[in-house]
Design a protein around this ligand. Structure first.
Ligand code: SAM
Length: 222
Protein backbone atom coordinates (compact mmCIF):
# COMPACT_ATOMS: atom_id res chain seq x y z
CA UNK A 1 0.00 0.00 0.00
CA UNK A 2 1.30 3.46 -0.85
CA UNK A 3 1.77 5.49 2.30
CA UNK A 4 2.21 9.23 2.46
CA UNK A 5 3.30 8.99 6.09
CA UNK A 6 6.28 6.81 5.24
CA UNK A 7 9.75 7.19 6.62
CA UNK A 8 10.92 9.37 3.72
CA UNK A 9 8.15 11.87 4.50
CA UNK A 10 9.00 11.84 8.18
CA UNK A 11 12.67 12.22 7.32
CA UNK A 12 11.89 15.32 5.23
CA UNK A 13 9.84 17.14 7.86
CA UNK A 14 11.46 15.58 10.91
CA UNK A 15 14.98 15.45 9.50
CA UNK A 16 18.40 16.16 11.00
CA UNK A 17 18.04 19.94 11.02
CA UNK A 18 14.62 19.81 12.69
CA UNK A 19 15.91 17.27 15.23
CA UNK A 20 18.94 19.44 16.06
CA UNK A 21 16.75 22.54 16.44
CA UNK A 22 14.20 20.79 18.66
CA UNK A 23 16.93 19.29 20.83
CA UNK A 24 18.62 22.68 21.26
CA UNK A 25 15.29 24.27 22.17
CA UNK A 26 14.49 21.48 24.65
CA UNK A 27 17.92 21.81 26.29
CA UNK A 28 17.52 25.58 26.57
CA UNK A 29 13.85 25.90 27.50
CA UNK A 30 12.47 22.46 28.38
CA UNK A 31 9.28 21.06 26.83
CA UNK A 32 6.90 23.26 24.83
CA UNK A 33 3.52 24.50 26.04
CA UNK A 34 1.17 21.63 25.14
CA UNK A 35 3.75 19.05 26.16
CA UNK A 36 4.04 20.76 29.58
CA UNK A 37 0.24 20.73 29.90
CA UNK A 38 0.14 17.01 29.09
CA UNK A 39 2.98 16.30 31.53
CA UNK A 40 1.26 18.25 34.34
CA UNK A 41 -2.00 16.37 33.79
CA UNK A 42 -0.19 13.00 33.85
CA UNK A 43 1.84 13.88 36.96
CA UNK A 44 -1.37 14.93 38.71
CA UNK A 45 -2.66 11.36 38.28
CA UNK A 46 0.53 9.90 39.78
CA UNK A 47 3.23 8.41 37.56
CA UNK A 48 5.90 7.19 39.98
CA UNK A 49 6.95 3.59 39.39
CA UNK A 50 4.94 3.21 36.17
CA UNK A 51 6.43 2.36 32.78
CA UNK A 52 5.98 4.67 29.79
CA UNK A 53 5.42 4.01 26.10
CA UNK A 54 5.76 7.27 24.12
CA UNK A 55 4.67 6.86 20.50
CA UNK A 56 6.11 9.38 18.03
CA UNK A 57 8.08 10.92 20.89
CA UNK A 58 10.37 13.04 18.69
CA UNK A 59 13.52 13.98 20.61
CA UNK A 60 12.08 12.28 23.70
CA UNK A 61 10.96 15.19 25.91
CA UNK A 62 7.99 13.31 27.44
CA UNK A 63 10.20 10.35 28.32
CA UNK A 64 12.95 12.43 29.92
CA UNK A 65 10.52 14.56 31.92
CA UNK A 66 8.54 11.57 33.20
CA UNK A 67 11.74 9.69 34.11
CA UNK A 68 12.53 12.79 36.19
CA UNK A 69 9.08 12.42 37.80
CA UNK A 70 9.77 8.83 38.89
CA UNK A 71 8.67 6.71 35.93
CA UNK A 72 10.58 3.41 36.07
CA UNK A 73 11.41 3.01 32.37
CA UNK A 74 10.53 4.87 29.18
CA UNK A 75 10.26 3.37 25.70
CA UNK A 76 9.83 5.58 22.66
CA UNK A 77 8.75 4.46 19.19
CA UNK A 78 9.74 6.94 16.50
CA UNK A 79 9.48 6.95 12.72
CA UNK A 80 12.14 9.59 12.01
CA UNK A 81 15.71 8.23 12.12
CA UNK A 82 17.07 11.73 12.92
CA UNK A 83 14.79 12.06 15.95
CA UNK A 84 15.74 8.57 17.11
CA UNK A 85 19.44 9.52 17.08
CA UNK A 86 18.72 12.84 18.84
CA UNK A 87 16.67 11.10 21.55
CA UNK A 88 19.36 8.47 22.17
CA UNK A 89 21.98 11.22 22.34
CA UNK A 90 19.92 13.14 24.90
CA UNK A 91 19.38 9.98 26.98
CA UNK A 92 23.17 9.54 27.19
CA UNK A 93 23.66 13.21 28.05
CA UNK A 94 21.06 13.04 30.84
CA UNK A 95 22.54 9.77 32.16
CA UNK A 96 19.26 7.84 31.77
CA UNK A 97 20.22 5.54 28.88
CA UNK A 98 19.81 2.50 31.16
CA UNK A 99 16.10 3.36 31.68
CA UNK A 100 15.30 4.86 28.27
CA UNK A 101 14.96 3.02 24.95
CA UNK A 102 14.11 4.49 21.57
CA UNK A 103 12.94 2.04 18.92
CA UNK A 104 13.06 3.16 15.30
CA UNK A 105 9.98 2.32 13.26
CA UNK A 106 6.28 2.66 12.72
CA UNK A 107 3.96 1.80 15.62
CA UNK A 108 1.21 0.53 13.32
CA UNK A 109 2.75 0.41 9.80
CA UNK A 110 0.46 1.29 6.91
CA UNK A 111 3.03 0.53 4.24
CA UNK A 112 3.88 -3.04 3.28
CA UNK A 113 7.62 -2.41 3.59
CA UNK A 114 7.38 -1.41 7.26
CA UNK A 115 7.11 -3.69 10.23
CA UNK A 116 4.51 -2.69 12.81
CA UNK A 117 6.10 -2.43 16.25
CA UNK A 118 2.79 -2.48 18.16
CA UNK A 119 2.59 -6.29 18.35
CA UNK A 120 6.14 -6.40 19.63
CA UNK A 121 5.66 -4.01 22.54
CA UNK A 122 4.28 -4.93 25.95
CA UNK A 123 1.59 -2.89 27.70
CA UNK A 124 2.85 0.11 29.67
CA UNK A 125 1.50 1.97 32.68
CA UNK A 126 1.34 5.16 30.63
CA UNK A 127 0.98 5.55 26.85
CA UNK A 128 1.43 8.97 25.24
CA UNK A 129 0.94 10.43 21.76
CA UNK A 130 2.00 14.07 21.85
CA UNK A 131 1.02 15.72 18.53
CA UNK A 132 1.19 12.41 16.65
CA UNK A 133 -2.46 11.56 15.89
CA UNK A 134 -2.56 14.42 13.35
CA UNK A 135 0.37 12.86 11.49
CA UNK A 136 -1.32 9.55 10.81
CA UNK A 137 -4.18 8.86 8.37
CA UNK A 138 -5.41 5.65 10.01
CA UNK A 139 -6.51 7.11 13.35
CA UNK A 140 -8.51 4.01 14.41
CA UNK A 141 -5.39 1.82 14.00
CA UNK A 142 -3.00 4.23 15.73
CA UNK A 143 -5.32 5.18 18.59
CA UNK A 144 -6.96 1.77 18.93
CA UNK A 145 -3.70 -0.19 19.05
CA UNK A 146 -2.11 2.31 21.45
CA UNK A 147 -5.12 2.66 23.80
CA UNK A 148 -5.17 -1.07 24.57
CA UNK A 149 -1.48 -0.82 25.59
CA UNK A 150 -2.26 1.66 28.40
CA UNK A 151 -2.55 -0.21 31.69
CA UNK A 152 -3.22 2.98 33.75
CA UNK A 153 -3.03 6.28 31.82
CA UNK A 154 -3.35 7.40 28.20
CA UNK A 155 -2.34 10.95 27.28
CA UNK A 156 -2.49 12.77 23.96
CA UNK A 157 -2.30 16.20 22.37
CA UNK A 158 -4.03 16.48 19.01
CA UNK A 159 -5.64 19.25 16.94
CA UNK A 160 -9.02 20.62 17.93
CA UNK A 161 -11.96 19.77 15.72
CA UNK A 162 -12.90 23.36 14.74
CA UNK A 163 -13.21 25.14 11.37
CA UNK A 164 -10.11 27.34 11.66
CA UNK A 165 -7.88 24.40 12.59
CA UNK A 166 -9.24 22.64 9.48
CA UNK A 167 -8.39 25.75 7.42
CA UNK A 168 -4.79 25.74 8.73
CA UNK A 169 -4.56 22.08 7.82
CA UNK A 170 -5.58 22.77 4.21
CA UNK A 171 -2.90 25.48 3.86
CA UNK A 172 -0.24 23.30 5.52
CA UNK A 173 -1.03 20.38 3.21
CA UNK A 174 -0.78 22.63 0.14
CA UNK A 175 2.69 23.65 1.38
CA UNK A 176 3.70 20.00 1.82
CA UNK A 177 2.39 19.12 -1.65
CA UNK A 178 4.22 22.05 -3.27
CA UNK A 179 7.48 21.02 -1.60
CA UNK A 180 6.84 17.44 -2.80
CA UNK A 181 6.74 16.09 0.73
CA UNK A 182 4.46 13.03 0.96
CA UNK A 183 3.62 13.77 4.61
CA UNK A 184 0.13 15.18 5.31
CA UNK A 185 -1.69 16.64 8.30
CA UNK A 186 -4.97 15.06 9.42
CA UNK A 187 -7.66 16.55 11.65
CA UNK A 188 -9.55 13.59 13.01
CA UNK A 189 -13.01 14.15 14.52
CA UNK A 190 -12.80 14.50 18.29
CA UNK A 191 -15.87 12.31 18.75
CA UNK A 192 -14.27 9.61 16.61
CA UNK A 193 -10.97 9.72 18.54
CA UNK A 194 -12.86 9.61 21.86
CA UNK A 195 -14.93 6.64 20.71
CA UNK A 196 -11.81 4.66 19.80
CA UNK A 197 -10.09 5.50 23.12
CA UNK A 198 -13.22 4.54 25.10
CA UNK A 199 -13.45 1.39 22.99
CA UNK A 200 -10.01 0.52 24.41
CA UNK A 201 -11.57 0.49 27.89
CA UNK A 202 -10.41 3.95 29.01
CA UNK A 203 -12.41 6.77 30.63
CA UNK A 204 -11.74 10.53 30.41
CA UNK A 205 -9.86 12.21 33.30
CA UNK A 206 -8.67 15.51 31.83
CA UNK A 207 -9.41 17.70 28.84
CA UNK A 208 -8.13 21.19 27.98
CA UNK A 209 -8.21 23.23 24.78
CA UNK A 210 -5.01 25.17 24.07
CA UNK A 211 -5.25 27.17 20.84
CA UNK A 212 -4.77 24.78 17.93
CA UNK A 213 -4.43 21.77 20.28
CA UNK A 214 -6.49 19.80 22.76
CA UNK A 215 -4.76 17.93 25.55
CA UNK A 216 -6.45 14.83 26.98
CA UNK A 217 -5.73 12.22 29.61
CA UNK A 218 -7.73 9.00 29.99
CA UNK A 219 -7.46 6.36 32.69
CA UNK A 220 -8.21 2.67 32.95
CA UNK A 221 -10.78 2.01 35.69
CA UNK A 222 -9.50 -0.41 38.32
C1 SAM B 1 4.84 16.59 15.31
S1 SAM B 1 6.00 15.38 15.77
C2 SAM B 1 5.81 15.38 17.55
C3 SAM B 1 7.05 14.90 18.27
C4 SAM B 1 6.93 14.95 19.80
N1 SAM B 1 5.90 14.03 20.27
C5 SAM B 1 6.65 16.35 20.24
O1 SAM B 1 5.50 16.65 20.60
O2 SAM B 1 7.60 17.15 20.23
C6 SAM B 1 5.19 13.86 15.31
C7 SAM B 1 6.15 12.68 15.45
O3 SAM B 1 5.41 11.46 15.34
C8 SAM B 1 6.21 10.55 14.59
N2 SAM B 1 5.26 9.53 14.07
C9 SAM B 1 4.17 9.75 13.29
N3 SAM B 1 3.52 8.60 13.04
C10 SAM B 1 4.22 7.63 13.70
C11 SAM B 1 4.05 6.20 13.82
N4 SAM B 1 3.05 5.58 13.22
N5 SAM B 1 4.96 5.50 14.55
C12 SAM B 1 6.00 6.14 15.14
N6 SAM B 1 6.21 7.49 15.07
C13 SAM B 1 5.34 8.21 14.35
C14 SAM B 1 6.90 11.42 13.54
O4 SAM B 1 8.05 10.83 13.03
C15 SAM B 1 7.20 12.68 14.38
O5 SAM B 1 8.46 12.64 15.00
Amino acid sequence: MACGQCQSGAANVFGERAARRRLERYRAKGPGGTTRMLLDALRAEGVAGLTLLDIGGGIGAIGFELLGAGVATATEVELSPAYVLAARDEAERQGVADRYACRAGDFVALADDFVALADDLPAAGIVTLDRVICRYPDMPALVGQSAVKAARLYGAAYPRDVWWVRAIRVVANVGLRVTRNPLRLFIHRTAAVEAVVRGGGLVPLFHRDAGYWQVVVYGRPT
